[in-house]
Design a protein around this ligand. Structure first.
Ligand SMILES: *Cc1c(COP(=O)(O)O)cnc(C)c1O
Length: 811
């Protein structure tokens, strides 16, 4: 490949002013920051586009195997700074923007986050796109071009209020519509078998068509000419209006069908780790999967003229079960459109589709009602019956008719289609996302499938884009790493290990402490500007940011804060390390308990922050609208990372990795990737507490009684009683107390908060003691950064490429 062409500040200024003139008809003097942002985006887009065309040429002339990463979510965040960074243009672009009379940081801040995802799963997909591109893997991401991304959160009177996230006004600067690559997706109708001279055909009639228009976002890799595409499908009606109805005066009805088609890409479902059997959601899934598979097949046919080698040239990675219909959809095309027999089609499909499992939570497992699929996707339904029937026969033979083995593995059962079982049946690889999680899949969730086909099951521990989450968002730390001679970590994340040479170097340790202090001050300044809240930067920043979910146990954190508050009130000389507690979390709008916990955090914050007894010692702040761009400012300023889920419930976590890479220490359970963090850190560099996954299972087995912890621990009793009494703002939390003690419908204290409370408190005492010794704290912090390299997404992508995709990567 040719050397990277680079652009000077002067050249960029010319390109930007050119865009302002041609696209917006104005000179720099008349340009608003919105025009300026769009002009910059268009300039970078052109540069990436050159590389994209070259990449497409190379992939096609060298007939490379390609990855297709299907995900209903890509939580991309902002792109201007990211693209400039990856293109090596951050410095000249910043200079160009400033020279044109704008503030570069302000301009970067005007970009809306592309919030096409809920949390960890969508952010993972975004990090993987960056790594696949940087590692020169020929890859395409596919999703839906949601008009409204994850809702914006406001806190009003302590409670979450949701506002629409209308991101496209500015965000579409990065999107390139490809009208000529539109695909047609069919819903409903009837299927019939037809026999004629040429044999058996399936005839589909009376269906509704929805058009899928691709909006491509081109992705620049870091220090490479390679570029990849994120293809976002936009739903359009094939008929703008029904003129028949229109001319008969039925105007509303005339545009109804159009509106129906376009609701498919209207909005992202805001449930994280939770299945909702809604028909619009199924439509979204099939819409995006059908358009994607058709598009891959069309390009393949154009290049090779046959689908015989399809599985050799493509691997389709499905991110959780949401894109599972890719399996019957590819079968449909091979059978009905390409004329393959069942066996030949099945061979192709089962050699190119791989599945990543993301959760073991029962409420998150997708089980679609058979009736819904039958009506909405009649041909897909027939194919599902055939897959399911054949699989069940194989299982029955294998288990000698033992129904107790066959039933849990069946695909269609009790009127439902179980998507995870379909994936396990059809995919050539199934991976979990951390060592512990993959182990649980083998030992528990998919145990019998594992015994039958052990070679299918593997682990790829999640990772994060360390360029975004360290060097781009924490430039001071990046500079320290370079000064320590570890500059090559950008392409070799393991090189961070070199930092460990400095673990007894007083100069480096104090500089690390100063960097954290400076980052805390800038974060506090930003919070003050945004919300007027003044953070105490002298206190330890103790942070829990992630989606609000009972299994993530934000409530355990709050119970502990209430207990600290009670101790402070009892005894003004109570010795403890001052803390500023920061929370950030969106709750799914229909998840009442999660919303109640947000309200509780705000009630406690209100009480604590205005009590003089807490001044300079205890502060609690709920940060509104947690999102990627907020996380980018917060991670560099964080000191203690709360990763406190009930062991066995968090598949991996990736927030934990962002904190670690930015030098925060972790207080956490042995859950998800925390287990691997502990493995590299040792007991002495992490604050572990709580039951292990095995102990949780045993305790549940024996019959867990939260009430006994309440009765036997007076401090804990007092905290739970406080929930019943409230916090002086009129809000009642007796429902949360009942949930912990009696269950309120479900099992009491399902996530074992009370069982882990004492151990959690001990861990906090240990963390507080270490914090009083800055040298020791900074040393632990340095060790955390130095050993975080394995949590780079580059490592994950190398694992996928080697273990699953069988694709070479950049050396
Ligand atoms: C990384 C990230 C997450 C995932 O956090 P976990 O702690 O792993 O659940 C969620 N939301 C945003 C905005 C993130 O950046």
């Amino acid at each position: 490949m040719s050397a990277l062409h680079t652009y000077s500040k002067k050249e960029l200024m010319n390109l930007i002013t050119g865009k302002l003139r041609r696209n917006f008809g104005r000179d720099v003097e008349e340009a608003t920051s919105l025009h300026m942002f769009k002009a910059c985006a268009l300039v970078l887009r052109d540069i990436i586009n050159e590389r994209q065309l070259a990449t497409e040429d190379r992939v096609s002339t060298e007939h490379l195997r390609q990855v297709h990463y299907l995900s209903l979510e890509f939580l991309m965040g902002r792109s201007l700074m990211k693209n400039a960074y990856n293109l090596g243009l951050l410095a000249p672009l910043t200079a160009a923007i400033e020279a044109l009379g704008f503030s570069a940081p302000d301009l970067f801040e005007t970009e809306p986050d592309a919030g096409l995802g809920n949390g960890g799963l969508g952010r993972l997909a975004a990090c993987y796109l960056d790594s696949m591109t940087t590692l020169e893997v020929p890859a395409t991401g596919y999703s839906i071009c949601y008009e409204l991304g994850i809702f914006k959160q406001k806190i009003v009177d302590g409670q979450q209020v949701e506002l629409p996230d209308d991101w496209l006004g500015l965000g579409d600067a990065w999107l390139i519509p490809k009208m000529d690559e539109t695909e047609e997706v069919r819903f409903g109708g009837k299927v019939e078998d037809v026999w004629d001279q040429s044999g058996h055909h399936v005839k589909h009639t009376g269906y509704d068509t929805v058009l899928a228009v691709p909006k491509d976002m081109e992705i620049a890799g870091y220090a490479t000419q390679h570029s990849n595409v994120l293809r976002l499908w936009d739903a359009k009606s094939p008929t703008p209006v029904d003129m028949g109805l229109f001319s008969s005066g039925q105007y509303l009805k005339a545009v109804e069908q159009q509106a129906m088609a376009e609701t498919i890409s209207k909005i992202l479902y805001p449930e994280d780790n939770h299945y909702e059997g809604k028909s619009l959601r199924l439509k979204q899934q099939y819409f995006f999967v059908s358009a994607t598979i058709q598009s891959i097949v069309r390009k393949h046919r154009a290049e090779y003229g046959t689908l015989r080698n399809f599985h050799q040239k493509h691997v389709i990675q499905i991110n959780d079960t949401h894109p599972t219909l890719a399996i019957p959809e590819l079968m449909r095309i091979l059978l009905d459109e390409e004329g393959y027999g069942w066996e030949a089609a099945w061979h192709i499909v089962t050699h190119c589709v791989a599945y990543t499992n993301h959760t073991v939570l029962a409420e998150a497992l997708e089980r679609w009602p058979q009736q819904l699929i039958q009506t909405l996707l009649p041909r897909i339904w027939q194919i599902l019956i055939e897959i399911s029937g054949r699989y069940q026969q194989e299982l029955t033979d294998y288990f000698h008719g033992d129904l107790s083995k066959v039933a849990p593995m069946a695909i269609i059962w009790g009127g439902e289609v179980r998507m995870a079982n379909l994936c396990v049946c059809a995919c050539f690889k199934v991976n979990g996302v951390s060592a512990l999680h993959s182990d649980i899949l083998k030992k528990d969730v998919f145990h019998d499938a594992y015994l039958r086909t052990p070679e299918k099951f593997t682990n790829v521990t999640n990772g994060i884009d360390h360029r975004r989450w360290l060097s781009e968002c924490n430039p001071k730390l990046d500079e320290l790493i370079r000064d320590c001679g570890c500059g090559e970590y950008l392409l070799r994340p393991d090189a961070l290990q070199g930092l460990e040479r400095y673990k007894d170097d007083a100069g480096v340790l104090s500089r690390l402490g100063e960097i954290k202090a400076a980052n805390k001050r800038s974060f506090a300044a930003w919070v003050a500007r945004e919300s007027g809240v003044v953070l105490n930067t002298d206190a330890m920043f103790d942070v829990q940011v992630k989606r609000l979910h009972e299994y993530k146990r934000q409530l355990l954190n709050v119970l502990h804060i209430i207990s600290l508050y009670q101790h402070l009130k009892d005894d003004p000389h109570f010795s403890f390390t001052p803390r500023t507690y920061l929370f950030g979390a969106k709750a799914a709008p229909g998840y009442a308990v999660a919303k109640k916990i947000i309200r509780l955090i705000n009630s406690v914050a209100e009480l604590v922050n205005r009590d003089p007894a807490c001044k300079d010692r205890l502060q609690v702040v709920f940060l509104e609208n947690y999102r990627v761009s907020l996380a980018e400012q917060l991670m560099p300023a964080s000191e203690l990372s709360e990763q406190i889920s009930t062991a066995g419930k968090e598949a991996s976590g990736t927030g934990n990795m962002k904190f670690m890479m930015n030098g925060a220490l972790t207080i956490g359970t042995l859950d998800g990737a925390n287990v691997e963090m502990h493995q590299v850190l040792g007991d002495e560099n992490i604050f572990l507490f709580g039951l292990k996954a095995r102990e949780v299972a045993e305790m549940k087995q024996k019959g867990y009684k939260s009430y006994e912890y309440y009765v036997h621990n007076p401090d804990l009793k007092r905290v739970v009683d406080q929930l019943n009494l409230g916090f002086g703002d009129g809000a009642a939390y007796d429902d949360l107390a009942r949930r912990l003690l009696f269950g309120d419908g479900g099992p009491a204290d399902e996530y074992l908060l009370l069982a882990d409370f004492e151990s959690y408190r001990d861990a906090h005492v240990r963390a507080g003691q270490v914090y009083l010794d800055p040298t020791r704290w900074n040393q632990m912090s340095l060790v955390n950064i130095a050993r975080s390299g394995i949590f780079a997404a580059d490592r994950s992508i190398r694992d996928y490429a080697r273990e699953i995709w069988d694709i070479p990567v950049r050396a």
